[in-house]
Design a protein around this ligand. Structure first.
Ligand SMILES: C[S@@+](CC[C@H](N)C(=O)[O-])C[C@H]1O[C@@H](n2cnc3c(N)ncnc32)[C@H](O)[C@@H]1O
Length: 208
């Protein structure tokens, strides 16, 4: 297994969104945070010999991190075709030995029935935009249906919500940690050049 740092370096070539849509909360998960998620999942035995699904894959960052760690299959799913085209280009840049299946679909009604142990990795929309509230809840619901375990990034203060959602859906939070990442100045409502987001990451075991 390569180090987390080496993985972050490999993911450094993943290009961001060409024309990010604010309504879909399109920002690239930073390579360091993606590497932390994938490396942690790998150490837990949740990547190798697993099907890995990146819900709301955008540029493909998490799916591409996973494909570098020897899973049986990786699926990257997004509702918007534009970032999927970027993800395909990013796959060429990362030059992994195996390929990712890119799927255009709504993650809240994902047409997936994975065969074998399945891990979801996701940085869902936080539901921060008007009209998009609770977007992360619907992504968690899909994870609860298709995955044995999920790793998800949420905005700060989501612990109670994620724990109670998991408990209501035959799941349990096994790991939680805080993360902070910088977003580039890409949307007009970002007042500063860079915008630091306080986030929380959760590992949830489903179907306990
Ligand atoms: C925070 S971004 C994820 C970024 C991704 N991990 C990356 O590094 O590029 C959220 C992603 O969810 C996608 N998305 C939003 N709503 C969706 C839905 N209902 N179904 C599938 N994808 C959705 C957006 O298009 C966007 O790519």
């Amino acid at each position: 297994m390569s180090t987390k740092r080496a993985l972050a370096q490999q993911l450094g070539v993943v290009a961001g969104f060409d024309d990010p849509q604010v309504s879909l909360e399109q920002y690239r998960t930073p390579p360091e945070l993606a590497a932390t998620l994938v490396h942690t999942a790998d150490l837990q035995g949740d990547v190798e010999d697993h099907v890995v699904v990146d819900l709301g894959c955008g540029t493909g960052m998490l799916a591409l991190g996973a494909v570098l760690r020897g899973p049986t299959q990786v699926v990257g799913l997004d509702v918007d075709p534009a970032p999927l085209a970027t993800a395909i280009e990013n796959e060429r840049r990362v030059a992994a030995a195996s390929s990712v299946s890119w799927v255009r679909a709504d993650a809240t009604r994902a047409p997936l029935c994975p065969d074998g142990p399945t891990t979801v990795l996701m940085n869902p929309p936080f539901g921060a935009q008007a009209g998009n509230e609770h977007a992360d809840r619907a992504f968690l619901a899909t994870a609860s249906e298709i995955a044995d375990v999920s790793y998800s990034i949420h905005n700060e203060g989501s612990k109670e919500f994620v724990e109670s959602f998991a408990a209501d859906n035959h799941g349990a939070v096994t790991h939680a940690f805080a993360a902070e990442f910088e977003l580039p100045h890409q949307f007009e409502f970002h007042e500063k050049d860079d915008h630091v987001v306080d986030a929380e990451v959760f590992r949830v075991e489903w179907r306990e």
